[in-house]
Ligand binder design. Structure first.
Ligand SMILES: C[S@@+](CC[C@H](N)C(=O)[O-])C[C@H]1O[C@@H](n2cnc3c(N)ncnc32)[C@H](O)[C@@H]1O
Length: 304
């Protein structure tokens, strides 16, 4: 029987030759999956023998990865905001940079819940996650608010125009025990009529320009193109969402949008065009990149 180290060494070489930029991590995660242990156990026991069934499963997974398939799809899950989300070709794999949107949305919700008294009968805070994909933002937010015991004071609506993505998102909501707190609907951005505007709209819509999508590493070709392709300038879906904000966002509401690191200026121009007088502030992520836009009515707009 081959040892952990022998199998890892062979796989690392194979994956490096096939262009993986994280061959060791990929190999450890895949061997951990085949053996049924965390990768740290493998690292601690490099000479342990690996059974033949596990070896065969591992080698098959290494071939999938060598063909470009993302490790998250092979394993069937991805960690996001400390939670394991089921992922497959129905939706984009959630990215770590999007965790910032969850935290910002949580802060906005908590500020509204704690900022002024809420006598019985006060309507819940309304949140929309537009383009929910596998449900990562809506479900992570639902879990955070449940931990704070305020889940019942908040309504979360998650939308997507992909029925397949919504199916996966519902599975994740069930898996994390928030299926009763997040409502999922198929919609082009938002329901056509928003009777009660949202206090917080959070969205990680596709924002990669079409011609850049064509040049992405092969791993991206396993993800739905509709989750990545933001049209000629990358801002097609975001621009259309901006046009919905006047009717969909409450007077004191805020929209939190993830954008590409080079799109802050273009987004500012779009906001000026579609939402004159509104404020658009782009915040930097942990890597110092301007990735999250905060859009709201300026205090003087709409309150006279
Ligand atoms: C970049 S992915 C983000 C998924 C998820 N929110 C996340 O952060 O991992 C964008 C998502 O928006 C959805 N989408 C694209 N255009 C849309 C539209 N016009 N209306 C609703 N959803 C849309 C895609 O199907 C995809 O699930």
């Amino acid at each position: 029987m081959a040892s952990v180290r022998e199998l890892l060494d062979g796989a690392i070489e194979r994956l490096r030759a096939n262009g993986s930029d994280s061959p060791r991590l990929d190999a450890e995660l895949l061997l951990g999956r085949a053996v049924g242990v965390d990768r740290t156990v493998l690292i601690a026991h490099p000479t342990a023998p690996v059974g033949t069934d596990a070896e065969a499963a591992f080698l098959a997974d290494v071939e999938r990865r060598a063909a470009g398939e993302p490790v998250a799809y092979i394993r069937g899950f991805k960690e996001f905001h400390g939670l394991a989300f089921a992922v497959d070709g129905r939706a984009l794999i959630p990215r770590p940079e999007t965790e910032q949107l969850v935290e910002m949305a949580e802060r906005e919700v908590m500020r509204r819940l704690t900022g002024s008294p809420r006598p019985p009968g006060t309507p819940p805070i309304r949140v929309a996650d537009v383009g929910t994909g596998c449900g990562s933002i809506a479900v992570a937010l639902g879990v955070l608010l449940r931990r704070r015991s305020v889940g019942r004071d908040v309504e979360i609506l998650a939308t997507d125009d992909s029925a397949a993505a919504l199916e996966l998102a519902r599975e994740n909501a069930v898996g994390h025990g928030v299926a009763d707190r997040v409502r999922f609907i198929e919609a082009d951005l938002l329901p056509p009529v928003v009777a009660q505007p949202f206090d917080v709209i959070v969205a990680n819509l596709p924002y990669i320009p079409s011609e850049v999508v064509d040049r992405l590493p092969v791993a991206a070709s396993f993800e739905p193109r509709s989750a990545l392709d933001g049209g000629p300038d990358g801002l097609s879906a975001i621009g259309r969402l901006l046009q919905r904000l006047t009717d969909a966002l409450a007077q004191t509401g805020v929209a939190l949008l993830e954008i590409g690191a080079d799109q802050a200026d273009s987004l500012g121009e779009l906001v000026g065009e579609h939402l004159p007088g509104w404020s658009c502030r782009v915040e930097r992520d942990l890597a110092g990149l301007p990735r999250t836009a905060r859009i709201e009515r300026s205090p003087a707009v709409g309150r006279t």
